[in-house]
Design a protein around this ligand. Structure first.
Ligand code: SF4
Length: 354
């Protein structure tokens, strides 16, 4: 079963959207405008804990401050262009941005909580051969307030609290590094949404210098690598980025990330029938990542009509999984979610005219 919601939560015309500020950034902004720094904590609390939708609700702020905020800032959420709900509870949103581009966000009910998959860019330049998002070149990076806006708007429409975030939707997060890191700091802040650092995961196709930078960030969120192949030849045929950053460099960067953070790394591996799902490749994959504290997340492929790739059947997927386990590699075979909606990354946006 799925149903559709068409509607708009309106855009304001103010320039500064406060959802783009970290708590420290908000304090500096207030100070620079002749206001009191300490009000930042109260405003943050209204925005993220009390979920205020207007400055006039913030009754413990002075009238002057509320007037200042009203005249210069906004708390705009994203426009909801479409909302699909799958029979298994997965919810997919097509959000409209002020410049009329659109992005996708997916909310999944998991055993451990409500996980939101956010987009980081409008389109993507990485050109992965199997990906609907990559069919549309990058138009622009998302701003930090648009990243936070996905969380706040999804929570409001779904009437739920997001407990986990994966930056795994459209776009390469490390190609929009600064905004993504700012987003993580905002949603992680204990005085705001307080989403724990272990509950936030960034998934990259393997931009090595940014993996190394990520290892140094004070908020220790998780790292996932979209691997999809255990050797350079096959991986480069699926993911052009591999020509720039081959597997050896990625694995070295992962080791450095682990040494600095002690965080287990996830390798995402999309199973494509007859392409990367042979048991011999499971052996190669085991050899490649042996010694790293990592696990492999095997993902069934959601067919995209523009591509010839097919989903690996469950028997073959189980053989691949069993081989990894037999060779001492931690692995999971992801359950399929949202099959009755356009669940593959980028499919909803492709069907829209934005
Ligand atoms: S899989 Fe990710 S990095 Fe590759 S084209 Fe799609 S959105 Fe971009």
């Amino acid at each position: 079963m799925s149903f559709w919601f068409h509607g708009i939560i309106g855009f304001g015309d103010k320039v500064i959207n406060l959802y783009g500020y970290t708590l420290e950034g908000l304090a500096e902004f207030l100070l620079a405008n002749g206001q009191k720094k300490f009000n930042a904590v109260q405003i943050f609390d209204w925005m993220y804990v009390k979920k205020a939708r207007s400055f006039s609700e913030m009754t413990n702020l002075s009238k002057d401050l509320r007037a200042f905020l009203n005249s210069t800032c906004c708390l705009d959420l994203l426009a909801v262009l479409q909302h699909q709900v799958s029979a298994d509870g997965t919810q997919k949103f097509l959000f409209g941005l002020p410049d009329k581009f659109a992005i996708e966000t997916v909310l999944m009910a998991q055993d451990y909580g409500m996980s939101l998959c956010v987009s980081s860019q409008v389109g993507c330049n990485m050109g992965c051969a199997f990906c609907a998002s990559g069919l549309q070149k990058k138009n622009r990076d998302l701003t930090a307030d648009e990243l936070v806006g996905q969380v706040m708007t999804a929570e409001q429409i779904a009437g739920t609290k997001v407990t986990h975030i994966v930056v795994m939707g459209t776009g390469e997060p490390f190609d929009n590094y600064d905004n993504v890191i700012r987003f993580i700091r905002i949603v992680n802040d204990a005085k705001g949404l307080a989403i724990g650092q272990r509950h936030i995961t960034v998934s990259t196709c393997g931009i090595v210098p940014k993996i190394l930078a990520y290892a140094e960030e004070p908020v220790r969120s998780n790292l996932a690598i979209s691997l999809h192949a255990p050797n350079d030849e096959l991986r480069a045929s699926l993911m052009p980025i591999n020509k720039r950053y081959p597997l050896k460099d990625i694995i070295e960067a992962c080791q450095i990330y682990f040494d600095k953070t002690s965080r287990r790394i996830t390798f995402e591996y999309l199973l494509l029938s007859g392409v990367n799902d042979a048991v011999a490749l499971a052996d190669e994959l085991s050899d490649l990542i042996r010694g790293l504290n990592a696990y492999v997340n095997l993902i069934p492929y959601n067919r995209v009509s523009e591509f010839a790739f097919e989903r690996t059947d469950m028997n073959r997927a189980m053989q691949f999984y069993d081989r990894l386990i037999k060779r001492g590699i931690n692995a999971t075979l992801r359950k399929e979610q949202g099959l009755d909606i356009d669940a593959a990354c980028g499919q909803l946006r492709l069907k829209s005219d934005r």
